[in-house]
Design a protein around this ligand. Structure first.
Ligand code: KG4
Ligand code: ZN
Length: 332
């Protein structure tokens, strides 16, 4: 069973071909980082325009890489939300056109669900597990009981973790997207150099908050002469990162122990973070909890996870008709 997965919810045009929910025959991603870089964040109009330019060549490239034609597809899976409406509509319209022309079943996939299931592209992880989804747009904690059964445990009250990374990188003039840059800069810094605040949301809750640490970095930068903090960039990056990582790790490990779940799965762009991976393993290990993380290319937005989620649902007999619309605020 060959499935095409199309993802255009934000600023990456991504297409994959997946066979039998298991073998990935192609996984092509066209990043728009260069386009949005000068603005320090995604500009929605530019993103949808780029998707329009990229979508056909990326689909062609994925089919070529997989060595198949459209007529060989048994299904098409496409993200229909949440995300930027102009971006979502490009992928969704493309999927509908291909499905209509080739009389191929197609299915709309929730972007968040695809992230939560992405780990199964590479590893067999038994259910249930606690999933931390941390990206540029979301910071969410779920208990994943099985495909389709997701208990929401908590989310961010303000900024998403990746958003905080991107904003702090912008303040420091480091470039966009900031997560990867801060992650590598922090490797040469002292994470104890500056004690940035950790938000403590009320006991027993699994909520997150990152606007406080972002503001604290801003205040720190303002309080110093630029040439002084320029020499301490690595220390600032490492100290900021340590605060973010602590705020992600503590509620996640707590959720696993409180729900007597012995597995944690990381997902989303921030799950690629090296310090997060190191620290969550250390803390979870102490509680007898095992941590699983996807390869970085399956943490950030990709078509493979969309194809996989679509595969699970098509197998269960679901498919969509042409009335399906983009849902920018779609939840699980
Ligand atoms: O999942 P994703 O590709 O897109 C969204 O759905 O948002 O995540 C992108 C986010 C960006 O905010 C980026 O700065 C962050 O993930 N990110 C990282 C790392 N790599 C990407 N954050 C921290 N450390 C990283 N290594
Ligand atoms: Zn995402």
């Amino acid at each position: 069973m060959l499935l095409l997965g199309i993802e255009t919810s934000c600023d990456d045009t991504a297409v994959a071909v997946l066979r039998d929910g298991r073998s990935l025959l192609a996984n092509v991603v066209s990043s728009q980082d260069q386009v949005h870089g000068p603005y320090g964040g995604v500009v929605p109009e530019l993103a949808s325009r780029q998707h329009i330019q990229n979508i056909l060549p990326i689909i062609d490239a994925a089919l070529r890489q997989a060595g198949i034609a459209v007529k060989d597809l048994a299904g098409i899976a496409v993200t229909y939300g949440p995300g930027l409406v102009g971006s979502l509509l490009v992928g969704l319209s493309m999927a509908k056109a291909l499905a209509f022309r080739g009389r191929i079943p197609y299915i709309g996939v929730t972007h968040l669900e695809a992230h939560l299931l992405a780990i199964h592209l590479e590893q067999e992880v038994p259910f249930p597990y606690i999933a931390l989804l941390a990206s540029g747009g979301h910071t969410l904690l779920y208990c994943v009981k099985e495909v389709g059964a997701y208990a929401h445990l908590g989310s961010t009250r303000d900024d998403a973790a990746g958003e905080a990374y991107d904003k702090v990188a912008k303040m420091m003039g480091l470039g966009y997207p900031g997560g990867r840059i801060i992650d590598s800069l922090a490797k040469n810094g002292d994470r104890e150099a500056i004690r940035f605040p950790r938000a403590h949301i009320k006991k027993g809750s699994y909520e997150f908050s990152f606007s406080g640490v972002k503001t604290a970095v801003w205040q720190y930068l303002k309080s110093q002469q630029k040439d002084r903090w320029e020499n301490r960039k690595a220390d600032i990056a490492a100290s900021f990162q340590e605060a973010v990582v602590d705020m992600l790790v503590t509620p996640t490990v707590k959720a696993a122990t409180a729900h007597a779940v012995s597995r944690i799965v990381l997902a989303g762009g921030v799950a690629a973070n090296s310090r997060l991976r190191e620290k969550i393993v250390e803390k979870a290990d102490a509680e007898g909890v095992k941590v699983y993380f996807p390869a970085p290319k399956f943490c950030t937005d990709n078509g493979a996870m969309i194809a996989l989620a679509g595969y699970y649902w098509l197998q269960r007999g679901r498919q969509d008709d042409f009335r399906l619309n983009a849902h920018p605020d779609l939840t699980l």
